[in-house]
Structures are given as structure tokens and as C-alpha cells.
Design a protein around this ligand. Structure first.
Ligand SMILES: NC(=O)N[C@@H](CC(=O)O)C(=O)O
Ligand SMILES: [Zn+2]
Ligand SMILES: [Zn+2]
Length: 346
């Protein structure tokens, strides 16, 4: 695996080759939605960490294996490695031993914090036994880190939980999923066993973009986008190549009728624009050489991943983002629908 992407600046089109890009946090759903969105991820990425918040959640070995097969079937012919996760609950040592062979990690949701998380953890102390087994067995813990407090403060309030877990389980790799605040970026540097993913939207937008003018349902997600200084801190960490910060799109498709509704579902659909939009962002900051690490290298080093060898080529040529993606009776609207991105997949 090469450390750096290959850049061909002499080409007027400017081609960027990414080696085995990975999406470290992805919702593919199931059924017809899975059939529509899986190929849009496998067209760009060599692999992805697949979230388990289906209804019912993916919470045992049989469910993981069956879901993995449905994901592979939906990706068609693309070489794509689904890194499966199981929904956190109290698991026995025997169950964890079986799961360890099948999953990348176990994903903890505080009960009710986000989409399909009702069966999540109600009291963190009930989770300790399983976490301690995970630590012994080397199974990473992925966390949706939000309290049940005021919406803008939920992540900041959860940071004490991360601190506590990182201290009490020093050999457990804990990934703070989709961080949105400057304080979470600072916490990353306090503990070697903490890692984090960050989404495309949280590098680009603030709450102003969601609700500062006309309400933009397709930018509404959990955790909600925060303040300009938070976005700056996330962007700075990503562009500077922070080794424990990884790209995780959190691409979370909901049918258009669930987004354009008086009760709007949380989740931004970014899978098909993620890599071109990231290339445009990193290019705009003169940091294209940092993209390979962000979308693959950091994750491979941290978790010892060996994704399938695949080269994904991007070019500095315009992409018009479709108004919607439709198929299999489903319709989903991507972020930046109808706009032009200066980069595209070759
Ligand atoms: N991010 C979101 O707003 N929604 C995600 C769940 C999650 O990752 O929290 C979803 O599954 O829709
Ligand atoms: Zn989440
Ligand atoms: Zn998510």
C-alpha cells in the first residue's frame, strides 16, 4: 500500500489516484434502499464500516453474516469489503468470540440518541462487562457519543463518558464517531486509545447552513452541525493529517418523503459525492497530499486493516450533483443536490 496518493499535476485535467479509499462510518440500510445506495458507495470506496442500526438491529452472529451477504449482493461486481459491526448489547464471552471473527467492531448507541437506537444502552455501567471482554479480545468499540441534553451540548456533555471509558479501558480502542466539536478534537490528543471519524458535512457546514436561513432538511443530522469554530477545528485536524482522525461519511439515506416532512428524519446522504467533494475541499486548501491518509491510511494503520487493493481515480473536472438518486422504488436526495463540484470520479 502506498502512503501517498499519486498526483499528476502536469495533466491539465489533474488526476488524483487514491489507493483503497475507505468510508469508516456508513449506513447502507436494507431491502430496496440497500439495493439503491450500496452501488453508490462501492463505486467510490474499496470498503466501508457498515452500521448495524437496522430494524431490528444487527445484534448477533447470524444477523451479521446474513446482512453482510445482502450488502455484497447489492454491490454488484465491485470489489468492496464490508467491515461489519454489531449493535452493542450485553454479549457473553462465547458470543464475542464468535463475533470477533465476523465484525470489525461493536457500535454503542445511547438509547434513543439517533435513528433506530431505541434498543441502545440506557446506563453506561451496564455496559462495562461487555467492554472489558472487548478490551481483552481486541474488539474496537465505536460510539455515537451524545447525551440527552440540549441539542447543541450533547456531544460536549458526552466527552466525560469518553474520558472515563478511555481511562478505565486503556487497551480498548474507542472510536468517537462523527465528531462535531473543537472539544472532541482536543480530547483526541489526550488519550492514545481514542480515535475519531468525521463526516463530510461537518467539515463543510455549521448550524447556520441547516437552520440559519430557510430550513434545509437534507443537512439535518445527528449530531447537529455546530459553530464556525467547531468546523474550523475539525477541518484543521483533517487537513493537517491527524493520524487518529479518519473519514467516516455517516452517509445516512432516508427516503425523500421522510426528509421533506414536518418531522424530518436525521441523516445526510453523501455517499455519491463524498470523494469528489473531499478532493475539492482538500484541493482548495492546498492539502491534496493529505487526502490519502484521511480516507484510508490512518484507518489502515490504526486498525491494521488490509483492504482490497483498488485504485480510485478522481479528476479536476466538474460533476453535476443529481437532484435525486432513484431506483428500486426508492428516491433519496444527496447533499448539494443540483450543485456543481469541481472534482469528479474518472
Ligand atoms: N447521523 C444521523 O443523523 N443518522 C444516522 C444515525 C447516526 O449515525 O447517528 C441514521 O442512521 O440515519
Ligand atoms: Zn450516530
Ligand atoms: Zn451514523
Amino acid at each position: 500500500m502506498l502512503d501517498f496518493a499519486t498526483i499528476f499535476p502536469h495533466d491539465t485535467r489533474m488526476i488524483l489516484e487514491l489507493h483503497s479509499p475507505l468510508d469508516m462510518h456508513l449506513h447502507l440500510r436494507d431491502g430496496d434502499m440497500l439495493k439503491l445506495v450500496a452501488p453508490l458507495s462501492s463505486a467510490s470506496f474499496a470498503g466501508a464500516v457498515i452500521m448495524p442500526n437496522l430494524v431490528p438491529p444487527v445484534a448477533d452472529a447470524d444477523a451479521v453474516q446474513a446482512y453482510r451477504q445482502r450488502v455484497l449482493d447489492a454491490c454488484g461486481g465491485d470489489v468492496f469489503q464490508p467491515y461489519m459491526t454489531a449493535f452493542f448489547r450485553s454479549y457473553s464471552e462465547k458470543e464475542l468470540a464468535t463475533l470477533k471473527e465476523l465484525v470489525f467492531g461493536i457500535k454503542l448507541y445511547p438509547a434513543g440518541a439517533t435513528t433506530n437506537s431505541e434498543g441502545g444502552v440506557r446506563a453506561m455501567k451496564d455496559a462495562e462487562g461487555t467492554m472489558s471482554l472487548m478490551q481483552e479480545m481486541g474488539i474496537p468499540l465505536l460510539v455515537h457519543g451524545e447525551s440527552h441534553g440540549f441539542v447543541m451540548d450533547r456531544e460536549a456533555e458526552f466527552l466525560d463518558v469518553y474520558r472515563d471509558l478511555a481511562t478505565r479501558f486503556p487497551r480498548l480502542t474507542i472510536c468517537m464517531e462523527h465528531i462535531t466539536t473543537a472539544s472532541a478534537v482536543r480530547l483526541l490528543d489526550e488519550f492514545e486509545n481514542l480515535a475519531a471519524t468525521v463526516t463530510l458535512q461537518h467539515l463543510l457546514i455549521t448550524l447556520d447552513d441547516v437552520a440559519g436561513g430557510m430550513l434545509r432538511p437534507h443537512l439535518f443530522c445527528k449530531p447537529i452541525a455546530k459553530r464556525p469554530e467547531d468546523r474550523e477545528a475539525l477541518l484543521k485536524a483533517a487537513l493537517s493529517g491527524h493520524p487518529r482522525l479518519m473519514f467516516g461519511s455517516d452517509s445516512a439515506p432516508h427516503p425523500v418523503h421522510a426528509k421533506e416532512a414536518c418531522g424530518c428524519a436525521a441523516g445526510v446522504f453523501t455517499a455519491p459525492i463524498a470523494l469528489p467533494r473531499l478532493a475539492a475541499l482538500f484541493d482548495g486548501h492546498g492539502a491534496l497530499d493529505r487526502l490519502q491518509g484521511f480516507v484510508s491510511g490512518h484507518a489502515c494503520s490504526l486498525y491494521g486493516l488490509k483492504p482490497p487493493a483498488r485504485t480510485v481515480r478522481l479528476q479536476r473536472r466538474k460533476m453535476l450533483v443529481p437532484d435525486a438518486y432513484e431506483g428500486h422504488g426508492q428516491k433519496v436526495v444527496p447533499m448539494e443536490a443540483g450543485s456543481v463540484i469541481p472534482w469528479s470520479l474518472v
